[in-house]
Design a protein around this ligand. Structure first.
Ligand code: GUN
Length: 292
């Protein structure tokens, strides 16, 4: 078993981003600038946004966190998004999901100018990704592709099984793995809650991407020998053992599955760190204007 080490790969790529950001700042006279909107005070979202902001500072970006109470209206949020769309000093805008029930996430996503949509959630970016055109790629799938690329994992002709069809991870992941690109060129099966006999589907996989949001969901009896296992799960459970007061669990039962896998990502220290890299890369591209 070999570890796909998110800590190592993210640190290396962030060094490159930092150099590029310094070049941009020297030329443009301002830093790349990411704005994150956070609604309410969901514990997970608070942690993720804080980490995104901290990482922006680390690589020399400017970052702004705009917070709203949970009762903010859709109209208020859209008005703010339109203001940011029109602000030339801001390169990238993300609205942290999930949003409260009274706000339609599709409306919010489509209100963001696709040229600042560094989450890659806007239908224009999604469509362009499917067509293999320059676009912003959703951060988690982007980070996973960067990791596969870093370790030169052979993907062409391989059978990839993605578990979970979310807009944020599973769906875009299935598109990226199937694209005529490297990494890519996989035969992809996208499985979800209505899939019959999920175990048999996952057992056929050369590459498993577990993005279902259930602790230890993928067990050893679902994994073929020498499979590549990518664990997207960040399942938080309260714990008195850690300083933060919670513990993270992947969607893969790591202890059981690791001995069978050729490559596997740990949780924490795997995909989560790569997600940040995907977002930083998109923000830099947005600032440089190399995509749009
Ligand atoms: N919630 C969970 N993951 C993400 C992400 O990548 N972007 C945003 N905006 N919200 C999320």
């Amino acid at each position: 078993m070999n570890l796909l080490d998110g800590k190592l790969v993210s640190a290396k790529i962030k060094e490159d981003i930092k150099k590029d950001a310094a070049d941009f700042t020297a030329q443009a006279g301002r830093k790349p600038h990411l704005v994150a909107i956070l609604v309410g005070n969901d514990g997970g979202s608070e942690t993720y946004v804080a980490s995104k902001m901290r990482n922006c500072e680390l690589v020399g970006f400017e970052s702004t966190n705009i917070r709203y109470d949970v009762d903010v209206t859709e109209e208020q949020l859209i008005a703010k998004i339109q203001e940011i769309n029109a602000d030339a000093s801001i390169d990238g805008l993300i609205v942290q999901l999930p949003l409260p029930k009274h706000i339609d996430p599709d409306k919010i996503t489509e209100a963001i100018d696709y040229r600042k949509d560094v989450d890659g959630f806007h239908p224009i970016n999604l469509g362009r990704m499917q067509r293999n055109l320059p676009c912003f790629i959703p951060a988690t799938p982007y980070g996973i592709m960067l990791m596969l690329d870093y370790y030169k994992i052979e993907t062409a002709g391989k059978h990839a099984v993605v578990v979970g069809r979310s807009n944020i991870v599973g769906s875009p992941m299935s598109i990226l793995l199937a694209r005529n690109a490297n990494p890519g060129n996989c035969t992809v099966t996208l499985t979800h809650s209505r899939t019959k006999d999920l175990k048999t589907e996952v057992l056929r996989a050369d590459i498993i991407v577990a993005a279902i949001g259930k602790k230890n969901f993928v067990t050893a009896d679902m994994v073929k020998d020498d499979a590549v296992v990518i664990d997207v799960g960040i399942n938080r459970e309260d714990s008195i053992e850690t300083k933060s007061g919670f513990k993270l669990y992947g969607d893969v039962d790591f202890d059981q599955v690791a001995p069978k896998a050729s490559w596997i990502t740990p949780v924490p220290g795997g995909v989560g760190l790569m997600t940040i890299v995907g977002l930083l890369k998109n923000t830099l591209e947005a600032a440089k204007g190399t995509i749009y």
